[in-house]
Design a binder for this molecule. Structure first.
Ligand SMILES: O=C(O)c1ccccc1NCC(=O)[C@H](O)[C@H](O)COP(=O)(O)O
Length: 274
């Protein structure tokens, strides 16, 4: 069993319990009553000009590293991300392996005026309705965890609710599947979901396969501004950063530095293409 399979077993068990305490009809009603979603595609699309967008993640722990940070106040952390110029805030809500929760999502939603990503392992439409009910603007759809039919129907539901999805890929075949599903935002995650190893070179290999018009996100493995520049130089419109921000004592300054590094790399890239 891969790490992804193992995570999904836990996700399904937790989901069954939530579904028992709150049926789908009730979650749907709450989602439809929630304030309208914010436009993450536009917020991330800034990176298609000369300004790299940063998706800043609230991440307590992970299967690869264990506990990362004691985040006593996720709202305050998210507010510092917003102050540093993040375009989108990502909140990991998976509980067993990442220590996240819907309570974290609620706290962050209430604290920031930016689009918020509910970052979880989406395997059922219930989770998309639930994300919207809790004020999320974006959900994560991991191609490796979904059939083509699920990917297409989950993407359609997401768009019908006025939300966006980051469609996450790890291989050329998954980028092809994301493109065939007409994903507007495609993430390339350089963390191998079988070994959990980071290989930043994967982004350079796959980014150019993403269709023009889509937003391309480099996910995972950003340690410093040089990594951001490397991703931007290979075509990233945005980077998704967790560990480097939650471990830093000044996340706002770190985001600012990442954006500056990305801007310079994008300008160099544009100059090289003229
Ligand atoms: O972070 C992990 O160990 C992990 C393991 C298995 C599946 C997903 C995992 N992480 C989710 C993410 O995509 C990252 O949280 C995100 O890209 C940020 O990564 P990083 O900046 O390297 O913390």
């Amino acid at each position: 069993m891969t790490v992804l399979d193992d995570i999904i077993v836990g996700v399904r068990e937790d989901l069954a319990e939530r579904r028992r305490s709150l049926p789908l009809e009730d979650v749907r009603a709450a989602a439809l009553a929630a304030p309208a979603p914010l436009d993450a595609f536009e917020a991330l699309g800034a990176g298609r000009g000369d300004a790299l967008a940063v998706i800043a993640e609230v991440k307590r722990s992970s299967p690869s590293k264990g506990a990362l940070a004691d985040i006593a106040d996720p709202a305050a952390l998210a507010a510092s991300y917003e102050q540093g110029g993040a375009a989108v805030i990502s909140v990991l809500t998976e509980q067993r392996r990442f220590g996240g929760s819907l309570a974290d999502l609620d706290a962050v939603r209430a604290a920031v005026g930016l689009p918020v990503l509910r970052k979880d392992f989406t395997v059922d439409e219930y989770q998309i309705w639930e994300a919207r009910a809790h004020g999320a603007d974006v959900v994560l759809l991991i191609v490796a965890a979904l059939s083509d039919e699920e990917l297409t129907s989950f993407l359609a539901l997401t768009h019908r609710l006025g939300m966006n999805a980051i469609v996450e890929t790890h291989t050329a075949e998954e980028v092809r599947r994301a493109a065939a599903a007409e994903a507007r935002i495609i993430g390339v995650n350089v963390r191998n979901l079988k070994t959990l190893d980071i290989d930043r070179g994967v982004f350079a290999e796959l980014a150019h396969l993403v269709p023009a018009g889509a937003v391309v996100i480099a996910e995972s493995g950003v340690r410093d501004a040089a990594d951001v520049a490397d991703y931007a130089g290979h075509g990233a419109h945005a980077v998704l950063v967790g560990e480097a921000l939650v471990r830093h004592n000044d996340p706002a300054a770190t985001i600012d530095a990442f954006k500056e590094s990305g801007r310079t790399a994008l300008q160099d890239r544009a100059a090289a293409h003229t």
